[in-house]
Design a protein. Structure first.
Ligand code: URA
Length: 200
């Protein structure tokens, strides 16, 4: 097993055994799965969503429900194969009834995300939704630039994770666009921005 795969496997094992998380306790009770992430370990782009939903917790895979179908459509629309990117979430266990993640849940699970970023070393980080947007901006030197997602989506920032330079692109969450045609179009336009920066 290569080093990256091994390091990611450690993360998975730690999340599976996680103590002190009501979400993890609930997952064990319900016999569902944590969602660690999937995709290429050498991905140029890493997508970071919010937390698993019902379908994700049933399968252990990120973005496989309706939001995931729209994410697939967005990737297709700019010709980025899903298996060339890495897709994960900030919170690795499903919040009950898909409620928003709580600050202490983000705090508990985010170190796993930090390690995934360090292992994969993407050139571009694209957040899906405001929770991962705010976390990444505060974490990687962009706290002064934080504004509502409506003002920041589709913009390209230079972020500074410990391993080097990264382009950071905040995007709306695809679930928000399912019943909102205008937001769908906005996300499609913003994916064109993503495509342009990876082609550079
Ligand atoms: N929404 C998310 O934020 N993540 C998933 O994996 C699925 C839906």
């Amino acid at each position: 097993m290569d080093q990256k795969t091994e390091a990611l496997k450690h993360i998975k094992e730690e999340v599976i055994a996680l103590k002190g998380s009501a979400l993890a306790d609930e997952r064990r009770e319900n016999k569902t799965f944590p969602v660690i992430g999937e995709g290429s370990h050498d991905a140029d782009i890493m997508f970071i969503g919010e937390a698993p939903g019902e379908n994700e917790a049933k399968t252990g895979r990120p973005f496989v429900g309706r939001a995931g179908q729209f994410l697939n459509e967005l990737l297709d629309s700019v010709g980025i194969p899903r298996d060339t990117v890495y897709i994960t979430n900030i919170v690795k266990d499903r919040p009950p009834k898909n409620r928003d993640p709580l600050p202490d849940e983000i705090e508990l699970y985010a170190p796993f995300l930090d390690r995934q970023i360090e292992i994969i070393k993407p050139k571009v980080i694209a957040t899906l939704g405001r929770f991962s947007m705010i976390y990444i901006m505060n974490r990687y030197g962009l706290s002064l630039e934080v504004e509502p997602i409506s003002a920041l989506h589709g913009k390209v920032f230079d972020a500074e994770p410990p391993y080097g330079k990264v382009k950071f692109v905040p995007l709306f969450h695809p679930a928000a666009a399912i019943y909102n045609q205008a937001l769908k179009e906005t996300l499609k336009e913003d994916f064109k921005v993503l495509k342009t920066i990876i082609d550079k």
